[in-house]
Design a protein around this ligand. Structure first.
Ligand SMILES: [Fe+2]
Length: 233
């Protein structure tokens, strides 16, 4: 059960209905194509469950799934993040797939719900804000579930995503990272789409400290830091 509403409307509804802050737990599963991570979020009040990305064999998640998860949030449609989507749907036929509107044609299914920037997704008591972050890929979405954010391949522990795809854009990545993610409160904790760093998750404040890619002075500086990063990989 979920609804998607725009931010302004959400603010009103939240005040009116006095929706309480909820608490939740996050399990992570590492594997897939390249240390990909699938997350399973469980609301500790209503026990609603939500999955982020279909990057891992469903069998790994099953021992931790109580009934049928409500939805799967897609961070972007690079193959490694959706490679097990058919298995997930086969196991849970009413699972709702949620992703950016530009990817609707990839999910020609009745149960695909598309979202855009700043849409709020309410699943039980879990309230996600969609932040469209093109750059690494055109349909990248970060899902903010305060105090955490699921960043897909937009930001990892220690660096940003890369811009090697046909639909990548370093200008857009700079804009997404610097104007949409790094402007969030410093204590927001990043849960990335791959386990590439020295640890699994990191707060924005600490990530800025350890990553030159997150301390660029401007777009040109970001481009030159990225060039250096790519040369030294
Ligand atoms: Fe990707």
């Amino acid at each position: 059960m979920f609804i998607i509403i725009k931010l302004q409307i959400f603010q009103l509804i939240r005040v009116k209905l006095m929706i309480p802050e909820t608490d939740f737990s996050i399990r992570y599963f590492i594997g897939g194509y390249d240390n990909n991570i699938t997350y399973l979020i469980t609301c500790n009040i209503l026990k609603t469950q939500v999955i982020v990305d279909a990057a891992i064999d469903i069998g790994m998640l099953l021992p931790f799934i109580d009934s049928e998860p409500s939805a799967i949030l897609i961070t972007h449609t690079h193959t490694d993040h959706i490679s097990f989507i058919d298995e997930y749907i086969e196991k849970f036929p009413s699972l709702t797939i949620i992703g950016h509107s530009d990817s609707a044609n990839l999910f020609k299914r009745k149960n695909f719900k598309y979202i855009n920037h700043k849409h709020i997704i309410k699943i039980g008591q879990l309230l996600f804000t969609a932040i469209h972050t093109p750059g690494h890929y055109y349909d990248s979405i970060c899902y903010l579930l305060k105090p955490v954010i699921f960043t897909g391949d937009t930001i990892f522990v220690g660096r940003t995503g890369r811009v090697k795809s046909r639909s990548s854009s370093i200008n857009e990545l700079y804009n997404s990272v610097y104007h949409k993610i790094l402007t969030l409160p410093d204590n927001i904790r990043i849960y990335p789409g791959h386990d590439y760093g020295k640890k699994l998750t990191i707060q924005i404040k600490e990530n800025k400290k350890i990553s030159p890619l997150l301390r660029a002075k401007d777009l040109n500086d970001f481009i030159s830091i990225m060039k250096e990063y790519e040369m030294n990989r």
